[in-house]
Write a protein of this length. Structure first.
Length: 132
């Protein structure tokens, strides 16, 4: 079937980047954006949503995560590989945050930190136990 969208982030028939003002694209022509790795420097990293909505990061200490270029309607997933008990603090500008699940003292393991941006609200969800 067809998908009605305003902006597509990912790949369309081999074209990387953002495709705008598209009214209908067959589902078979859409390939999701692969997970890219965020680089951590001095226990901090910035996730620029204009470069993709699926990311991964490995942390061995507390992490300060800043998310920029958020737009109403976006959702994203961060795979967090914790190699030593760590906490995550999140900074967003212009959004009210709601957090479901604890971001403090995460045990060693792998987690999905998922988020949804609606209006000026952003909801974060992370499991309390690792999945791997």
């Amino acid at each position: 079937g067809d998908v009605s969208i305003g902006t597509l982030s990912g790949y369309l028939k081999g074209t990387a980047g953002v495709v705008g003002a598209v009214s209908s694209i067959p589902e078979s022509d859409i390939t999701p954006t692969a997970y890219a790795t965020l680089v951590v420097t001095s226990n901090a990293t910035t996730w620029d949503c204009s470069t993709g909505l699926n990311k991964r990061v490995t942390i061995s200490a507390n992490l300060a995560l800043t998310i920029v270029n958020l737009v109403d309607g976006m959702s994203g997933d961060l795979v967090v590989n914790v190699s030593s008990i760590s906490s995550i603090t999140i900074t967003t500008t212009g959004f009210t945050q709601k957090k479901y699940g604890s971001l403090t003292s995460k045990p060693i393991g792998k987690y999905h930190l998922c988020w949804i941006c609606e209006g000026t609200n952003i909801d974060f969800n992370i499991t309390d136990t690792p999945y791997a």
